[in-house]
Design a protein around this ligand. Sequence first.
Ligand SMILES: [Ca+2]
Ligand SMILES: [Ca+2]
Length: 155
Amino acid sequence: MNKQDFGRKSKVRKFVASAAAAVGLTLTALLGLATPANADGLSSCPTSYTCVWEDLNYETNGNYLGRVSVYYYIPNLWQWDYDGTSVNANDSVTSVYNKANTESAAYYKNSLAGGSYFIFVAGQKDGDLSNGSPSGSFNDQLSSIYYCSQTSVGC
Ligand SMILES: [Ca+2]
Ligand SMILES: [Ca+2]
């Protein structure tokens, strides 16, 4: 190998190294976009939705993104698993956040707006249905959710 050849190989190595660095930066940028500034359940619930989680404090198995987001209504929560999990949402909800812009929402113990219910106005939330509020033993009991514009039951 003469000096000129060595120089070429060295340039190739530098190019590979800088290309790898560029890919790394791109991945970092993408991952950065995937992490919201406020990484918690309340801020990650989409605006104008009502969100529910399996556990206390707006999480499911420690994941604040493990929610069911409701827009207008879900007549049967058993048809839904919390996002990114295989945990079914029926009879398991413990945290609720009504992030609707203006609408109140009703949360029912049975499917199709059946059974006992409680109402949350827009912005109302509760990170622990098991502590006696709202009254009526709703923890791990919810089976359907409706915005009040979508149901005449209880609203
Ligand atoms: Ca629960
Ligand atoms: Ca139920």
